[in-house]
Design a protein around this ligand. Structure first.
Ligand code: FAD
Ligand code: MLT
Ligand code: ZN
Length: 525
């Protein structure tokens, strides 16, 4: 039996009824979905309070900051309790300038103890708090929705320890990623993650979003490299799991709860992280391909021939190249191609690595998998090639309003999503572009329009999520759910898992003060 979802949100009674219809199928916009997907779809069907659809949730009954509260904060953080609207302006708006809050208080603690006192007080007073790092998040999670107090980690920027033998770095959460990279490079080590926002993002924000980035293919996710963390819970309790051990199987691994929790379960105040040695030899190749199929074959060949020295395999399409040229005046270093690949190798022996890379390039050029290419070994040239991939995000912001999607798919499906979306939208969009982390099966699908366009958004969503769910992909590969995507969680997680997330939230933050309106869907608030 087919159940057609009407254009309005369905109640829980209907959801329960559907659960009992084991053999039924569900049709949404003419597409059929398997039973396991039905409940997710119902929860998100055209939710009227979804910020992505242009509306925001209603303010929950938190207290409003009083003069007495301000007196408390000013006494605790003299000179670091900011109420000047001009200074608050940039902390209230996200990097994409797509979400804006109206907080009137920005707190800048320097120590874990200060964070603890802030949260204890806010919890007792039921004041909502928005943890904020570098404010580079892309899903509207880093800024308040209403008047939540902004708790910034900007002044928690001290390296606490570095062990030269193990390569384990322990630091406060507000250290800027690039500063940590520079600190480590002087000591012949590197951070295991790197991303275009490195000049602004904080390591605490990286851990809170479980940021992926450009080196995940080689060094794995933060779930593996973060060895320990310290977090302050909603009631001010300090959870010291700042272990520096590679192996520790004593009970549940609680730090994992905070990695990727987007500020909803606790404020991360310090982390310890395993850092690789600085590679002695780095090469970057920028290559052109005439089809995505050839790009995939190049990837397979690359893995086989470069093996352990491969550290990144990234891609962008010709539409991205057009935006780099138009908006940032970057010159294409090779001849125009439908697809571009950026390959990085990082190893310990320059001659060995160059020989491997040379053999690989010869193979892919001879077999016509790659049509043109250039290689850089000098630092300045390597940076210039990386800019072609890292600065796509920036180029897009100059193209108009950005609808950003960050999707995990089986790698062979990655680009089909872009071509299907182009067909689906026709001339409704200004540009539909694809780039991302091929090595991680992570597509960044971005759609631009001259201005914010509700009709365009209605054409993109839920189509993009249905498409992803049909391939059993993830609707958020690395940016998180934040404010913009929380109500779509059911496309990627079963209802039982989401309900358990709600229970964990209630246990750790019973008054719901930490980053409300984010990550968990509205029906769990
Ligand atoms: P913010 O933006 O300040 O916050 C992000 C979330 O984490 C919010 O929900 C916030 O409440 C929470 N949070 C921040 N600090 C803490 C803390 N100490 N404790 C608890 N919660 C906290 N992401 C990727 O995964 N891969 C990329 O390659 C990548 N590239 C990017 C490139 C650009 C140009 C930009 C602008 C963004 C990019 N991002 C990328 C997205 C973004 O997630 C990362 O930049 C970064 O991890 C966010 O860190 P932040 O310090 O800016 O956190
Ligand atoms: C990237 O890989 O460039 C980032 O995740 C940012 C983006 O998606 O634009
Ligand atoms: Zn990315």
């Amino acid at each position: 039996m087919a159940v057609i979802i009407p254009g309005l949100r369905l109640g829980l009674t209907t959801v329960r009824w559907l659960k009992s219809q084991a053999a039924s199928t569900l049709a949404v916009n003419g597409r059929r979905f398997a039973a396991y997907e039905q409940i997710r779809l119902i929860h998100v069907a055209r939710d009227k309070s979804n910020p992505a659809n242009g509306t925001v949730p209603r303010r929950l009954p938190f207290s409003i900051v009083s003069q007495q509260d301000l007196d408390f904060f000013k006494q605790l953080l003299p000179g670091r309790t900011i109420t000047d609207p001009d200074l608050l302006e940039s902390s209230n708006v996200d990097w994409l300038k797509s979400v804006k809050g109206s907080s009137e208080v920005l707190l800048r603690p320097k120590s874990t103890e200060e964070v603890s006192q802030i949260l204890r007080y806010c919890n007792e007073r039921r004041l909502a708090v928005n943890p904020q790092g570098g404010n580079t998040g892309l899903v509207g999670g880093s800024v308040p929705v209403f008047d939540e107090i902004i708790l910034s980690t900007a002044l928690m920027n001290q390296v606490l320890a570095f062990d030269h033998v193990s390569g384990i770095l322990t630091c406060q959460a507000g250290c800027v990623l690039e500063n940590l990279s520079n600190y480590l490079e002087e000591r012949d080590f590197i951070m295991p993650l790197d991303l275009g926002a490195k000049g602004s993002c904080h390591i605490g924000g990286n851990v809170a979003t479980n940021a992926g980035g450009l080196r995940l293919l080689r060094y794995g996710s933060l779930r593996g490299t973060v060895l320990g963390l310290e977090a302050v819970l909603a009631d001010g309790k300090v959870l010291n799991c700042l272990s520096t051990l590679r192996k520790d199987n004593t009970g549940y691994d609680l730090k994992q709860l905070f990695i990727g929790s987007e500020g909803t379960l606790g404020v991360i105040t310090a982390v310890s992280i395993l850092c690789p040695r600085k590679p002695q030899a780095v090469n970057v190749a920028f290559l052109g391909c005439s089809s995505f199929q050839q790009l995939l074959e190049t990837f397979q060949c690359c893995r086989g021939m470069l093996g352990e020295i491969l550290s990144a395999f990234e891609f962008l399409d010709s539409a991205c190249m057009g935006l780099l040229e138009k908006h940032l005046k970057l010159a294409n270093p090779i001849t125009d191609s439908p697809f571009y690949i950026l390959i990085e190798t990082a190893g310990s022996n320059a001659a060995h690595d160059e020989e491997k890379l040379h053999n690989f390039l010869e193979t892919v050029m001879m077999s016509s998998l790659v049509t043109d290419g250039t290689v850089a070994t000098e630092e300045s040239k390597i940076k210039a090639l990386w800019a072609m991939r890292e600065r796509v995000t920036e180029a897009l912001t100059h193209d108009g309003y950005n609808y950003k999607y960050d999707i995990s798919l089986p790698v062979e499906k990655i680009y089909q999503m872009v071509t299907d979306m182009r067909k689906h939208l026709g001339d409704k969009a200004k540009n539909v572009v694809g780039y991302g982390h091929v090595g991680d099966g992570n597509l960044h699908l971005n759609i631009t329009s001259p201005t914010k366009d509700p009709a365009l958004l209605a054409a993109i969503e839920p189509y993009v999520y249905e498409w992803t769910a049909a391939c059993r992909g993830s609707i958020s590969a690395e940016h998180g759910l934040g404010l913009k995507k929380k109500n779509y969680i059911y496309f990627s997680k079963p209802p039982e898992a989401v309900a358990l997330m709600g229970n964990i939230k209630s246990m750790l933050d019973p008054r719901g003060i930490l980053n409300p309106y984010k990550t968990l869907p509205d029906n769990l608030r």
